[in-house]
Ligand binder design. Structure first.
Ligand SMILES: *Cc1c(COP(=O)(O)O)cnc(C)c1O
Length: 402
């Protein structure tokens, strides 16, 4: 096989859990001369764009758009409803829960983290107990990551909502759907999520650089009662713009807007239910292959219960340093880039070299997933990592609809 860092022949495949594969339609839409930002197509595009974003989030609520990555919208959402000294409860099921908690701490909030580990869901019973103990309703917001991209745990947001309602607690429910939106089923209004943040570079298939904060009227009331909100992060003008520049608080990310338009066209042409079903099938194909491989060697899915797994990302264990060796092999020999493990002091902890992750979010189909799994199997053979054969056949069975 080729010895160059990325094989010269054939297409590379970035199978990391974000940024994700960009569709040609998105890239082509962005390949254009600088558009006018004061009149014409670009400003005219906005009402439709906002409506189509809402359809992805399944909400009739408000949306504010930011030139920001996921960390930016973490801060944006908090800046609108959490003042220094306010108390927030963070439900952590991986690295990103702790990350959002760190953001809240840095903004001066009083942060309490309930840690459910790296391979289990939020326990609604524990949450309900904690909220009942907060009789004076000091907790202003409950922060939960829908899919934690480090652990690949998918939380049951309806169970979180029920625990809050059951405890009669008025806190806002804030969800991080940066990894899950457009991949795993999410129903903002039906599930009673008050604030939701996401980025454009995962399920939405646009290069990194845009983020979104969705919020309902209850959250808007909390925002209205704030003494002061950072002007740039304030969601009020962005969600109720008087002109095009108010969407952005300045110059628009012109080409991202075109890219997002193309991505939303793809998503809605396919249909949300079909998008979710495609991700579910392809995720089950990944798990089926892993289950077979696991029978004859060290490979393990991080999340034992399939009902708790995301359809967007899969976190896996090998024996250190096999995961690092496998990632290096598939990238060098196949042009296939697998995701690194997250949530440890990278590289300084030798165990880190035993973790890796697969992104299967957004612009993916059966042949890509079979190629991804075939590449992993070839890598395990090349590196003498023991595994049962038949993983690919198991995945093919799922994709065949058996
Ligand atoms: C990717 C991701 C983030 C961070 O997003 P950035 O764009 O890298 O800042 C936060 N939360 C989750 C769940 C993610 O998947």
């Amino acid at each position: 096989m080729a010895q160059s860092p990325t094989p010269a022949a054939g297409r590379g495949y970035l199978a990391i859990p974000g940024p994700s594969v960009m569709p040609e339609a998105v890239l082509n839409a962005m390949h254009r001369a600088a558009p006018n930002i004061y009149a014409g197509e670009l400003p005219d595009m906005m009402p439709g764009l906002v409506a189509d974003l809402r359809r992805v989030a399944r909400t009739d609520g408000h949306v504010a758009i930011y030139i920001a990555n996921g960390h930016g919208v973490w801060e944006a959402a908090l800046a609108n409803v959490v003042a220094p000294g306010d108390k927030v409860l963070v439900l952590a099921t991986g690295f990103f829960g702790h990350g959002w908690a760190g953001m809240a701490t840095a903004l001066g909030a009083e942060v309490e983290v309930m840690d459910f580990g790296k391979a289990a869901r939020v326990d609604p019973g524990r949450l309900a107990e904690r909220l009942k103990a907060d009789a004076s309703h000091e907790i202003k917001a409950v922060l939960a990551v829908h899919v934690d991209t480090s652990s690949s745990i998918r939380n049951d947001m309806t169970a979180v909502r029920s625990a809050m309602d059951g405890a009669g607690h008025p806190a806002l429910l804030m969800a991080d759907c940066i990894a899950s939106l457009g991949c795993d089923v999410f129903e903002m209004d039906v599930w009673g999520v008050d604030v939701m943040v996401t980025g454009c570079q995962k399920g939405l298939m646009v290069p990194p650089g845009m983020g979104f904060v969705f919020f309902n009227d209850k959250a808007a009331e909390v925002r209205a009662a704030m003494k002061r909100v950072s002007r740039y992060w304030d969601w009020t003008p962005r969600a109720n713009p008087q002109g095009f520049s108010e969407y952005w608080n300045g110059t628009a990310p012109t080409h991202h807007v075109y890219g997002l338009r193309a991505a939303l066209d793809l998503i809605h042409a396919e249909g949300m239910e079909a998008v979710w079903a495609r991700h579910a099938t392809l995720a089950r194909a990944v798990w089926a292959a892993c289950d077979v491989w696991a029978q004859g060697g060290p490979l393990r899915l991080n999340v034992p219960d399939p009902d708790w797994r995301s359809h967007a990302v899969t976190s896996l264990h090998l024996k250190a340093p096999q995961a690092t060796a496998l990632r290096a092999w598939t990238e060098r020999e196949l042009g296939l880039t697998l995701g690194i493990g997250l949530g440890m002091v990278e590289a300084q902890d030798p165990a880190w070299h035993g973790f890796f992750r697969l992104g299967h979010m957004g612009h993916i189909n059966g042949h890509m997933i079979l190629g991804l799994l075939g590449g992993i199997e070839a890598g395990m053979r090349a590196l003498d990592i023991p595994h049962d054969s038949g993983g690919l056949s198991a995945a093919a069975e799922i994709i065949a609809g058996r």
